[in-house]
Every structure is written in structure tokens, then in C-alpha cells.
Design a protein around this ligand. Structure first.
Ligand code: ATP
Ligand code: MG
Length: 396
């Protein structure tokens, strides 16, 4: 093959005795992602992942795009492999990077030699290849301090590899090394970003969505499914658990004081999510809550909603400004879908004057007319499970 990807491991390399386990997970994740693009060989040597297309049918551009969103990688290079001798290396640079050099005003060559049996050291390699390139590209001058373009030569065990500047990887830890969590996914801006951030820390993400048909429309559900699909670009496949929330919301509306509507509703969400999480092998919940953003996200309100569960609740956005959250949503490609104007179930029975500093006693008193257990059991009986992955058709 005349092109191969070299992907550099991120924090994974720091993990001492767990390193092997991390590497295996990363390799498995990359293999699974590459499947959609044809046959690729994926192997790890010297803290570098090699992704090699096995035949001409492989969709190399598609695979490259997919590698950008795989967690656990700090940098990505598309390379030309060649024999480990100076003529082959020079020819590979000429063929593979010659056009880039023609466009650049200045360049330098940087070499790395991990095969210590190679007869020249890295400075000698850079000098020789640099000298030959300078002759072949007289318009492009050598500038070792501030070059406009850098040619990289890596002499590794199996071959030599030449490439231009590396691109940043997605960072984080390989999905799956941090356990599995259940994300409460709404149609808003925040929760898809929260799911992305936990996935970035190596957590496998499943999700739950509370749906209040006919108060919210099929379009609102499609929007959430589409957000889930967009998150799977980073997190890998995800099962969305759709819970029919209408009977619970109606029971709250009919039996509880209005100022507690949202809080009581959120306590149901937490408890139901925890139950589904347990069934699906998740050990934590994830929400997009953000301190002070709305009445239900004061410290007192969060205490009251968190009191119904004993799993940890991860809120990766809790201390961020909205602008910071929006910037991430834009970067990961969920913002445009999040701002589509379909209503969320939270907005259906919103109290005019929500309680911002509730106590647990007040809320328990406010829910006393409800048969919580029966309502939760009924909701769990109706859960619809839909598995999504990034290469599925868009939902909207
Ligand atoms: P988002 O932008 O994620 O909707 P938000 O700022 O609108 O968040 P809330 O509506 O108060 O805030 O919801 C807080 C969190 O509760 C959400 O981030 C999400 O994790 C969860 N949540 C809210 N509505 C739903 C829903 N219909 N289904 C599942 N989770 C929900
Ligand atoms: Mg919301």
C-alpha cells in the first residue's frame, strides 16, 4: 500500500501497568470504526497505532475522517511508507509531498530514528534529505528555525515513513476504559455536550430520553435520535432508551403544587434513569446540568433531584459558561440540531414561579399524593430501545 496512517497514543502511554489493556481497547475501537470503510490492518507498536488499508477498495479518506474522532489519540499523520534507504526515502518525499514543497516558501526536514540499527542518525538523515530536496525545489529555501513547511522522516522497525505536519487527534481516553454510564439526553444544547465530554474520558455512553407524546411531537423525538447519532461519531454506538413520560407528567399536573412540578418531574427522571442504567450495566448517570442556569439547577434543587438515586451523577458542564458549552457543541457538530425549535418535555408543564430553594421535606410532601412506585414501574414497562451508530441515516 502506498499510504498508511500513524496515530500517536495520548494519555494511554502514561498508564503504567494498565497500558496493555488501554492499547487493546483502543485497537479494538479503531478496528470497529474502520469496518465501515473496507479492509484495514490495525496494529500498535512503540506507542503508535498503524492503520493500513489492505487493498485498493478501501475508502482511505473516509477512514481518515473517522480517525479524527477516535478518543485516545493525540496526533494523526497520513504517511507514505518506503524502504529504509536514502534513495527510497527521497523518492517517497518527492512523490508524496513534492507538491506541498512547491507551494511553501521555506522548509526543513525533521527525522526520528527508532530503529537504532539504521546506519545514520537523525541529524544526518535530515541533512541529506534536506540537501537533496533543496536542490530539487530551488524556490523553497531551507529554514530550520521558522519553516513554512516541515517534512518528517521516521525510521521505524518495519519501514521508513514520510509525512507532512501531523493533525491533532481527538484526545481523551479510549472509549470503554472508564466504564459505562447512562446519559439523560434531551433535545437541548447541553446534554449532547455532556455525553461527548464523558465519552472523551473513556466512558461508554448509553442514553435515556423522556418523551411526552402528544405534548411533544415525533419531530422532537427524531431530533433527540439525531443528536444521539451525532454523539456516536465520538462515542461509538449507543442505545437510546425512550421512556413514555406522559402519564407521569399528567399525574404530577393533577396532584402536585405547581411550584414543584419541574423538581418532581426531574426526580422521576433520575430514578427511572438509574433503574434502566442498572439493567444495562451502567454505573453512573450523566446530565447536562449547569449551576445556576435555570431554577431547577440551583444547588438546593440539584440536592433534591439527586436524593432519589445512589449512583454517582456526573455533570461535566456544571461549572462552565453557556458560551463555552456552545463552542464545544459547534465543534462536535451538535449545535445546529440542538437549536431546531422543537419543544422538550420539560417545557410542557413549566411552573410560572418554580421553587428555587426547595428542601427535601417540602418536595416529599408535595409528591405525597402520587403512587411513585406504580408510575415508575409503568414507565419502565414501556421503554423502547433504539440502537444508533454514526453511519446510520440521519433522523432529521
Ligand atoms: P439541555 O440543553 O441538555 O436540554 P437544559 O439547560 O435545557 O439542558 P434542563 O431542561 O433543566 O436543562 O435539563 C437538565 C438536564 O436534564 C439535561 O441536560 C438532561 O441531562 C436532562 N433532561 C432534561 N430533559 C430531558 C429529557 N426530556 N429526557 C432526558 N433527559 C432530560
Ligand atoms: Mg432542556
Amino acid at each position: 500500500m502506498n499510504e498508511i496512517f500513524l496515530l500517536k497514543l495520548g494519555e494511554v502511554v502514561l498508564k503504567g501497568t494498565n497500558k496493555r489493556q488501554f492499547e487493546n481497547k483502543l485497537r479494538q475501537n479503531i478496528r470497529r470504526r474502520m469496518k465501515a470503510y473496507g479492509e484495514f490492518d490495525v496494529y500498535i507498536m512503540q506507542s503508535t497505532v498503524y492503520v493500513e488499508p489492505m487493498n485498493e477498495q478501501a475508502d482511505v479518506d473516509g477512514a481518515w475522517e473517522a480517525c479524527r474522532s477516535i478518543f485516545g489519540l493525540v496526533s494523526l499523520c497520513r504517511c507514505r511508507p518506503c524502504n529504509k534507504d536514502m534513495d527510497s526515502i527521497f523518492n517517497a518525499v518527492e512523490e508524496y509531498l513534492g507538491e506541498d514543497l512547491d507551494c511553501a516558501p521555506s522548509f526543513k526536514v525533521e527525522s526520528k530514528r527508532s530503529d537504532k540499527a539504521f546506519p545514520m542518525n537523525s541529524i544526518q538523515i535530515s541533512q541529506e534529505i534536506g540537501g537533496r530536496l533543496a536542490e530539487a525545489h530551488p524556490e523553497c529555501t531551507v529554514d530550520v528555525r521558522h519553516p513554512a513547511y516541515t517534512v518528517y522522516v521516521e525510521i521505524r522497525d518495519l519501514a521508513a515513513y514520510v509525512h507532512g505536519p501531523a493533525e491533532p487527534g481527538a484526545g481523551g481516553l479510549p472509549t470503554g476504559v472508564g466504564g459505562r454510564a447512562m446519559c439523560l439526553l434531551s433535545g437541548g444544547i447541553d446534554s449532547p455536550v455532556a455525553a461527548y465530554m464523558m465519552a472523551k474520558r473513556g466512558v461508554e455512553i448509553e442514553s435515556v430520553h423522556f418523551f411526552s407524546y402528544p405534548y411533544t411531537s415525533q419531530l422532537a423525538k427524531d431530533k433527540v435520535m439525531e443528536l444521539a447519532r451525532l454523539v456516536t461519531r465520538y462515542s461509538g454506538r449507543m442505545t437510546v432508551n425512550i421512556v413514555n413520560f406522559t402519564p407521569i407528567q399528567e399525574a404530577i399536573r393533577d396532584n402536585c403544587p405547581e411550584e414543584f412540578f419541574t423538581l418532581i418531574m426531574r426526580r422521576f427522571m433520575m430514578e427511572i434513569s438509574q433503574e434502566i442504567a442498572r439493567q444495562d450495566g451502567c454505573r453512573a448517570l450523566v446530565t447536562g446540568e449547569n449551576l445556576g442556569q435555570v431554577a431547577s439547577q440551583t444547588m438546593e434543587a440539584m440536592t433534591v433531584t439527586g436524593a432519589v438515586v445512589d449512583m454517582p451523577i456526573f455533570m461535566p458542564l456544571v461549572g462552565m459558561d453557556k458560551e463555552e458549552i456552545v463552542t464545544i457543541a459547534r465543534k462536535i457538530g451538535t449545535l445546529e440540531t440542538s437549536i431546531l425549535p422543537y419543544e422538550d418535555c420539560c417545557t410542557v408543564f413549566t411552573p410560572k414561579h418554580p421553587k428555587t430553594k426547595p428542601t427535601l421535606g417540602q418536595v416529599i410532601h408535595a409528591e405525597q399524593k402520587l403512587d411513585r412506585e406504580a408510575l415508575i414501574r409503568q414507565a419502565l414497562d414501556t421503554v423502547e430501545k433504539i440502537t444508533v451508530k454514526y453511519n446510520d441515516e440521519p433522523f432529521c
